[in-house]
Design a protein around this ligand. Structure first.
Ligand SMILES: O=C(O)CCC(=O)c1ccccc1C(=O)O
Ligand SMILES: [Mg+2]
Length: 355
C-alpha cells in the first residue's frame, strides 16, 4: 500500500446561535474548512481547519490558499511538513489523518485514557463524530461553560447549572471595570456553592486593572467566605506583556492562565522556556501539530486547560481526544455548548452533498 490519500475540502460559514463578545468585539460567524482524506483501502478521516487570526493563527484565506495549491492526492510527508505559519492547517490535516488511516497507529502509541473510543470506530460521517464525542465526554471530562459578558451572565448561569455545568467562564475587560466588578460581586453572591469561576480578559486589562482584579479575587479568597472557587484569571494582559504577567503570577494567590500568549506551540514553548509555570490554555484547533503537542506535554508536565475554538463536531472530537489524553489536574475543558451553531443537523449534508 502506498502513502497516498485522496484529499478533498469544503469551506464553510456558520452563524453562532448567539454572538460571542470579547474585548475584541463581537464575533458572529465561524468560517472554516472541512477536509476529507481517503486512503487506498477506503478508510476515511475527517479534519477541520478553524483559524482565529485575531488570536494568532493564520487567516481563513491563508488556510484556503494552502488547501487550493495542494494536489488531489497527498502524502503523509505533506501532512507532517505543513509550515508553522499555518497552525490551524497543521491541526486539521494531522487530526484528519489520525482519524482515518492513522487511527490504529496513534491509538496503539498513545493509549487514550478513559475515553472509550472504540477501536474500529469508522468515522464515515460527522454524526459518528458526535456519537464519539458523547462517549469521550461523559466518561472522562468535566466541562466549563462560557457565560455571556456583562450583566447577562447573571441570568444565564442557572440554566447552565441545571444542564450540569459547575465551572463557568466569564469574559471581563469588555465593559468599564467598575461595572464589571459590581456584576462580579453579584455573580459571586449568587453562584452555588462549589462552583468554579474563571475570568477571561482576552488581554484587555491595563496593568493597574489586572492588579485590581487579582487583589479583588485574593480578598474574596482571604475572607474565606467563598465556598466557590475563583479558578484563575485568563490572559489579563496583552501578549507583549509577558514579563508583567510572570510577575503578577508570583504576586497573588489567584492563579493566572495564559491563553493568547500560548496560542501556538512555538509560543507555548517560548513561554515555558522563559519560566512560565502557571496554567497554559491549549486550543488544539490552532495550537498546531497534535503529535508535537503530545511530545511537548509528555516532556514537560505542564498544567493545562483545553479549550475550544468554536469548531464543529469534527474538530471538536479531535480536540477532545487530545484533552482526554493530555489533561492533568482534572481541570474542566472549555468546550461548553453555549455558542453552538444553527442548523447543526443539516449543515454538513448541504456542505458535502455535491461530492
Ligand atoms: O475556553 C473556553 O472556555 C471557551 C472558549 C473560549 O473562550 C474562546 C473561544 C474562541 C476564541 C477565544 C476564546 C478564549 O478563550 O478567549
Ligand atoms: Mg481566553
Amino acid at each position: 500500500m502506498t502513502n497516498d490519500y485522496k484529499f478533498e475540502f469544503r469551506a464553510y460559514q456558520r452563524r453562532f446561535v448567539r454572538s460571542v463578545t470579547t474585548n475584541h468585539g463581537n464575533w458572529d460567524i465561524r468560517e472554516g474548512i472541512i477536509l476529507r482524506l481517503t486512503d487506498e483501502s477506503g478508510k476515511i478521516g475527517w479534519g477541520e481547519i478553524a483559524p482565529i487570526s485575531w488570536f494568532g493563527s493564520e487567516t481563513i484565506e491563508q488556510a484556503l490558499d494552502f488547501c487550493r495549491q495542494l494536489p488531489g492526492e497527498i502524502t503523509k510527508e505533506i501532512i507532517f511538513s505543513i509550515p508553522d505559519e499555518l497552525p490551524a492547517c497543521q491541526f486539521g490535516f494531522e487530526s484528519g489523518w489520525e482519524m482515518g488511516s492513522g487511527w490504529d497507529e496513534t491509538n496503539s502509541q498513545f493509549a487514550i485514557r478513559n475515553s472509550q473510543l472504540n477501536k474500529g470506530d469508522n468515522f464515515i460521517t460527522p454524526n459518528s463524530c458526535t456519537d464519539a464525542i458523547n462517549r469521550v465526554s461523559t466518561n472522562s471530562l468535566f466541562y466549563s461553560a462560557l457565560l455571556p459578558a456583562g450583566e447577562a451572565a447573571l441570568n444565564q448561569w442557572e440554566t447552565l447549572w441545571q444542564q450540569g455545568y459547575h465551572t463557568f467562564k466569564w469574559k471581563i475587560g469588555v465593559y468599564a471595570i467598575a461595572d464589571e466588578l459590581e456584576i462580579f460581586e453579584s455573580l459571586i453572591d449568587t453562584l452555588p456553592d462549589f462552583s468554579k469561576l474563571r475570568l477571561d480578559a482576552n488581554g484587555g486589562l491595563s496593568y493597574e486593572e489586572a492588579n485590581l482584579w487579582l487583589r479583588t479575587c485574593d480578598n474574596f479568597k482571604a475572607n474565606g467566605e467563598l465556598p466557590l472557587e475563583i479558578e484563575f484569571i485568563e490572559q489579563p494582559l496583552p501578549v507583549e506583556q509577558f514579563q508583567q504577567m510572570l510577575e503578577l503570577s508570583t504576586s497573588y494567590q489567584t492563579a493566572i492562565a495564559l491563553d493568547e500568549s500560548v496560542a501556538t506551540l512555538g509560543q507555548l514553548a517560548a513561554c515555558y522556556q522563559q519560566g512560565w509555570r502557571g496554567i497554559f490554555v491549549i486550543k488544539p484547533g490552532i495550537v498546531g501539530s497534535p503529535s508535537r503537542l503530545r511530545k511537548f506535554c509528555h516532556q514537560h508536565q505542564i498544567d493545562t486547560v483545553f479549550s475550544s475554538v468554536f469548531e464543529t463536531a469534527i474538530g471538536r472530537l479531535a480536540a477532545l481526544r487530545l484533552a482526554a489524553e493530555l489533561s492533568r489536574n482534572n481541570r474542566a475543558v472549555g468546550f461548553g455548548i453555549d455558542h453552538f451553531f444553527e442548523q447543526e443537523e443539516t449543515w454538513f449534508q448541504s456542505l458535502w452533498n455535491d461530492l
